[in-house]
Design a protein around this ligand. Structure first.
Ligand SMILES: [Zn+2]
Length: 262
């Protein structure tokens, strides 16, 4: 009698574990598109009871569906500025000036300095050619681009939208945040696609995330960012977000769940 009782309970326990394993696998697949999180943020590995339940569970709802927390869009390092998200008019930051006259938000300066030091320690010569811009700076650049396009044959109606693909409309430039930098190789200082072949860009594309920076406008994300491929423009988002975006391959809009609808 005792042997029969043991066999029944053992069979229940076996069925219970098998079901939990199957349900657990399905839940893991369903959660695949979520941003990668560090192991410390993962939900507890198991919520199963060690006691065999009176009936074998068949509902997926018995498994925890806890999701990793969404990125905090209001955080200073994750502020989204793009063609659809203007900088507030009362936006203010405290700047730190670099030795070459460039300036950045003081909060990203230590990590920027570390990144530049490491790049130079690798035997390379990075040059920061653009950083913080005021609204007036951005208006000058944008209007200048419009005028050059008109000189090339674009109409006055076409030129502004064409210019906006290359130079952000004033109020929508990340450079106004003080968190964006244009970095080039001393041996090749033109801002065009060939910049990606320089040793500095290869190093930055591989290592910038370690210092909290991302290549902001990758070649395959222009439809989402609204900006052409820029293999020289880096944006500070902080080390945690940069690591997660590097792992997932997401651009900032995707990471923040703010992809424009067509
Ligand atoms: Zn830039």
């Amino acid at each position: 009698m005792q042997i029969v009782f043991f066999q029944r309970n053992f069979r229940r326990l076996f069925l219970c574990c098998l079901t939990c394993l199957l349900v657990g696998s399905l839940a893991a697949c369903a959660g695949a598109p979520e941003p990668t999180v560090s192991s410390s943020q993962q939900p507890a590995a198991s919520t199963h009871s060690t006691q065999p339940p009176s009936t074998v569970p068949t509902e997926a709802s018995t498994v925890s569906t806890t999701q990793p927390p969404a990125p905090d869009r209001s955080a200073w390092n994750l502020r989204l500025v793009n063609p659809w998200n203007y900088l507030p008019e009362d936006f203010e930051i405290t700047l730190t000036y670099l030795s070459n006259g460039q300036a950045v938000d003081e909060r990203c300066y230590p990590d920027l300095q570390d990144m530049m030091d490491a790049c130079r320690a690798a035997g390379l010569s990075p040059i920061i050619c653009s950083s913080f811009r005021t609204q007036d700076d951005q208006e000058y650049l944008y209007n200048n681009k419009i005028n050059r396009l008109i000189a090339q044959g674009y109409s006055e109606e076409e030129a502004p939208s064409e210019a906006a693909k290359v130079v952000a409309v004033p109020g929508t430039s990340e450079h106004q945040l003080g968190l964006a930098l244009d970095i080039v190789d001393e041996s090749y200082q033109l801002l065009n696609e060939e910049q990606e072949d320089t040793a500095v860009q290869k190093w930055l594309m591989e290592h910038s995330w370690e210092y909290g920076f991302i290549l902001r406008y990758p070649s395959d994300k222009s439809e989402i960012t609204g900006i052409i491929y820029e293999p020289w423009h880096y944006r500070y988002v902080g080390k945690e977000a940069a690591k997660e975006m590097k792992a997932s391959g997401q651009c900032l809009e995707e990471y923040l769940g703010d992809v424009p609808t067509k």
